[in-house]
Design a protein around this ligand. Structure first.
Ligand SMILES: Nc1nc2c(ncn2[C@@H]2O[C@H](COP(=O)(O)OP(=O)(O)OP(=O)(O)O)[C@@H](O)[C@H]2O)c(=O)[nH]1
Ligand SMILES: [Mg+2]
Length: 453
């Protein structure tokens, strides 16, 4: 395999930059570009040691820096790795990189270091995917979740499931191959019980996908309600700055105004939308369309009502739109006399939060409410969630095969036919952890990495 090289730090000015080299010729290349001041031979350096020295492009000294040495297999990639830390200027770092290329290295593709780590058995595919998530983590929970995946939480769950499937398959094979021996008879009751346990493990993984997605991508939250109820005032309180225009003119907000805040370590992407009402104003109509779209795609909606007014038809038009959605009804303007039939709102949408966006600390109250209703604090970042569509589709395929196996048992077909379905399930679970993933899938996974990782 070729020896690859890349700048592992961002293309920005900083204290130091790191150029990473990995492969059989890593030490040769390092020797050509780096000269330790101690005159120590790089080839003699032990793994996990460093040397200070000068960096050369041919005969030209371009910088001074530190060389770190890792010896195969005790490195990130499992190959010989040298890392040169130079001064953190964009130009000087590129010069160091160019010098390494001239000395025989090849430029690394996106994610190629991690891909090599995977191919050399240092990481499972799910662990490799978690590396990319750690790099892009924007919240505390996502970082905790990605780190736990990196330590193999999902991989262990996949292994547990594949072990369970193999145990059943082995029992079926033994029973078919050695029917006269002491092998216990494979009854349909036994098969149903065992396969159902596999099914519930797979179902549990699938059920956690949404939670994992919220941890990863943040929670999208649409603020909806008729005009003038105080949606933009709530948005501004949550954002902590004046993001949306507030006025007593109905239909002030037209386009959706968005911002991201942090709730218990999870990004909350809030959209303040146009007030819902029948309107002949073309621009406002578009605003209402956008609102409906945001509502459809949100994880949770804040449905705002004006407590100082009677419930109107416009308020009630919201109810059917919120069916089957997670919703927090908010009765706003509690500093004014209440005229709203709160019980009617609550019987349609559930327990309401009564606040005054003007006088209460509504960011804290609503933040706490969102966190409680979505059970954010209970999100167990260590559980090992499905982190992307690829992983989910593997589990869905495994689950479909397991369902087929159960149906086959129910229909009374022979155990070997059940075994065929179980094989399918096993291969989907192996694909999840990368044990049998095809080259295209592996390439696809690593394409979303940055160069240098
Ligand atoms: N008394 C009182 N007035 C409030 C409260 N919240 C908002 N308002 C006032 O209600 C009016 C409308 O507030 P907005 O936040 O613009 O309402 P909106 O729902 O975004 O309205 P549209 O953008 O037109 O749909 C403004 O005059 C606010 O100052 C509150 O808790 N108490
Ligand atoms: Mg508004």
């Amino acid at each position: 395999m070729s020896t690859i090289c890349a700048i592992a730090t961002p293309a920005a000015v900083g204290g130091i930059s790191v150029v990473r080299i990995s492969g059989e010729k890593a030490f040769d290349i390092a020797k050509r570009v780096f000269s330790p001041v101690s005159d120590r031979a790089i080839s003699e350096m032990r793994g996990y040691t460093a040397a200070y020295g000068n960096i050369f492009d041919g005969n030209e000294r371009i910088d001074d820096g530190v060389l770190l040495v890792f010896r195969a297999p005790h490195s990130y990639t499992g190959e010989d790795v040298c890392e040169i830390s130079c001064h953190g200027g964009i130009y000087v770092t590129r010069r160091v990189m160019t010098a390494c290329l001239k000395a025989g290295a090849e430029p690394a593709a996106a994610g190629e270091f991690t891909k090599r780590a995977f191919l050399n058995g240092k990481l499972s595919l799910t662990q490799a995917e978690a590396v990319a998530d750690v790099i892009s983590a924007q919240g505390e929970q996502l970082l905790a979740c990605s780190n736990s995946q990196r330590e193999g939480a999902l991989f262990r769950r996949a292994e547990k499931i594949s072990d369970m499937i193999m145990e059943i398959s082995a029992q079926i094979s033994a029973w078919i191959d050695y029917p006269d021996d002491d092998t216990p008879t494979v009854t349909s009751g036994w098969l149903t019980e065992k396969i159902s346990t596999v099914k519930s493990e797979l179902d549990e993984l699938l059920a956690g996908y949404d939670t994992g997605r919220m941890i990863r991508e943040g929670i999208s939250c649409a603020i909806v309600g008729k005009p003038n109820v105080g949606k933009s005032t709530i948005m501004n309180a949550l954002a902590g700055i004046r993001r949306s225009i507030v006025s007593d003119v109905e239909g002030t907000t037209r386009d959706a105004v968005e911002d991201t805040v942090n709730i218990c370590g999870i990004p909350l992407l809030i959209s303040d939308c146009a007030g819902i009402r029948e309107t002949s104003d073309e621009v406002e109509k578009i605003g209402v369309e956008i609102m409906l779209d945001k509502l459809k795609n949100s994880d949770i909606a804040l449905a705002v009502f004006d407590g100082s007014r009677k419930l109107s038809d416009e308020d009630e038009r919201l109810f059917p739109l919120l069916e089957n959605k997670r919703v927090i009804p908010i009765i706003n303007k509690s500093d004014l006399e209440n005229k709203l039939d709160i019980s009617k709102v609550e019987s349609a949408l559930g327990k309401a939060v009564i606040i005054s966006a003007k006088t209460d600390n509504c960011a804290e109250i609503i933040g706490r409410e969102i966190s409680e209703r979505l059970d954010i604090l209970a999100l167990n970042a260590d559980a090992g969630y499905l982190a992307n569509e690829r992983q989910r589709s593997c589990v869905m395929r495994a689950s479909a095969a397991v369902n087929n196996a159960l149906a086959a048992v129910g229909a009374g077909v022979t155990p070997d036919a059940v075994g065929v379905e179980l094989e399918q399930a096993l291969s989907a679970v192996y694909e999840l952890s990368g044990k049998t993933a095809s080259e295209e899938i592996i390439d696809e996974v690593f394409r979303r990495f940055c160069v240098g990782k």
